[in-house]
Structure formats: C-alpha cells, structure tokens
Design a protein around this ligand. Structure first.
Ligand SMILES: [Zn+2]
Ligand SMILES: [Zn+2]
Length: 307
C-alpha cells in the first residue's frame, strides 16, 4: 500500500495525498464517524486505489467518540438493533457488545468489520453476542487475520462452544480471547474499569476514564451509580417504562432514584424494549422527578464526541 499523507481535515471531508508516485495526487475521501479515519475512497482519479478500497490513516483527534450501533434489546425494532457501542479515540477502536445487527450498523457507520479488531463483552445474553461469530467470519472473508474478544468469565467457553457448533470457522483467523473480572485493565489501548452489575447473568459495566461509562444490562442501584459518577457520558440500560413489572433491568423511576444527586455530564438511555416507544416524555419526567441532570434517549448510529 502506498504511504499516504493527510491534510485538510475538515468536519466531514478529508484529502489524502498519495505519496511514492511520480506526482502527488489528491484523492477525496469521506472520513467515517471515527477519530481513526478509516477512509472510504469515493473517487480515484489517479487509479492508485480501486474504488471502494479501504485505507487506514492516522489522523489524531483529541476527542473520544462514542457511537451507538444498537440501542435496542432482545426485541429489536426496525429503528433499534441489538446492543453495540463503538468507542474510538486517536486511532483506537473497541466495540462493546455485538448483538444482532451490529455488522450492518458497523457498515453504516463507515467503520466496517475491518475497523474492529477488539470486542469487549458486558455479558453473554444473545442480544449482546449474536453477531460475534458473523463478525469473525466477515473479518476472515475480508482478509483480516485477527480478532480479540474480551469479556467476563465464561467468554472462553462461549467462543469454544460457538466454534464447536460452526466447526468450519475454527482457525480461520487468530482469535484471542481474554477473560476479565471487576477492576482495572487495558483493552485496545484504553484504560478500562469494570464493575459487576445486577442482572440475570454475570455482567460487567465498563468505564473509560472520566469520559464514558456503559452500564451493560443491569438494575439501577447505588453501587453502579457510584461507579458512573463523574463520567461525562453515561449510557444506561432503561429497558422498560414505569408500570412494567421487571427485574434485572431498570425502569425510569428506579433509575432516577439511583442517579439522584449524582454528578454526571449527560445520561443516554439505551437497551430500549418496544414498550418504551411513545413513552419517552413520560420516562424522562419519571427520571426527572429524582434526578435533575441531562437525560436523553440514545438512537442507533448516533455519535457523541467527548473532550
Ligand atoms: Zn442481558
Ligand atoms: Zn440485553
């Protein structure tokens, strides 16, 4: 691959200069919703790259970017696919959870399955892992040679069992699996803290320094609110509206009570069951009765930049 130089980084366009050729050419490319700028070449007047070729270029941006790929649940809607969140900064990318639809959303986000070499799982419910093996297969077919999957205890067994069912996928790529426990560790170059949530399967919430915390699936409770306190952005499970009799997930009332008095920059509600459609105003009011911070509903393919 020719070396490339980047300049003129505008808000949504980027010029790539192709070096190492007789003359330098400017190719116009569209950067993805990403600080790492994996650029999809839209036009190629020089013939240096085939149309659609993916090129990696390091364009350091200071901001962390969080992209919701799926804000739905085990009952996805046409607008809300199953769980998936991209965290990106300075050329590093980690995909948190990989539920059904994550592959399509990855393509829509412009990052693509080629752009994700690390997956961090909160837990092993289907709506968080359904697209894991399809991701392995897509990366293999796309010529990528590795994937790291990091998750709670049992993640190794999960991957072993999936590969036992789909035997032909064994050894197609270099699959590294790492199990983590509550505490601090590094994933894809990010310093991450993990905290055990209250759910029907062992589940970890993850915090990326003071910028981003994701609850995973969990009831709302004080310990998790403490864990998230001080985050610029908290994405929190808010599966159902009030009045639904549910355990292992919050309702707005229980979430508002848990968050009361916390200092959090902004809260995004995610893991939304179809029951929540048409109930957004009531849900925000219910949370607001206890918690006076900024609370919004996350949407699929929404990106948030965090300083
Ligand atoms: Zn779950
Ligand atoms: Zn779930």
């Amino acid at each position: 691959m020719p070396s490339i130089d980047t300049d003129d980084v505008a808000s949504n366009r980027l010029n790539l200069r192709v070096l190492g050729t007789e003359s330098e050419h400017l190719l116009t490319a569209k950067p993805v919703a990403s600080s790492s700028v994996v650029a999809v070449i839209r036009s190629d007047p020089t013939g240096a790259f085939a149309r659609g070729t993916l090129i990696g270029a390091d364009v350091p941006l200071q901001r962390m970017r969080v992209t919701f790929l799926g804000t739905g649940s085990a009952l996805p809607t046409g607008e809300r696919f199953q769980a998936g969140i991209l965290v990106q900064e300075d050329g590093r990318t980690v995909l948190i959870d990989c539920g059904a639809g994550a592959l399509q959303r990855l393509q829509q986000s412009g990052v693509g399955y080629e752009g994700v070499s690390t997956v961090l799982l909160t837990h092993h419910h289907l709506d968080h892992v359904s697209d894991l093996l399809p991701l392995v297969k897509a990366r293999w077919l796309a010529g990528e040679d590795h994937l790291e999957v990091v998750g709670p205890q049992g993640t190794k067994a999960l991957l072993d069992d999936l590969l036992a069912v789909h035997e032909y996928m064994q050894d197609k790529i270099d699959l590294q699996v790492r199990e983590v426990v509550p505490g601090e560790f590094s994933v894809a170059g990010f310093d991450v803290s993990a905290y055990e949530t209250r759910h029907s399967l062992p589940c970890l919430a993850y915090r990326f320094d003071d910028r981003f915390t994701f609850s995973g699936d969990s009831e709302a409770f004080e310990g998790l609110a403490n864990f998230a306190e001080g985050s610029a952005i908290l994405a929190h499970d808010c599966s159902f509206p009030d009045g639904v009799d549910v355990s292992n997930h919050p309702t707005p009332d229980s979430l508002g009570r848990a968050l009361a008095g916390r200092e959090i920059g902004r809260v995004y509600l995610t893991h939304l069951y179809p029951h929540t459609e048409g109930q957004h105003e009531e849900m925000l009011e219910s949370i607001g009765a206890h918690y006076d911070g900024d609370v919004r509903f996350a949407e699929d393919l929404q990106t948030i930049s965090i300083e």
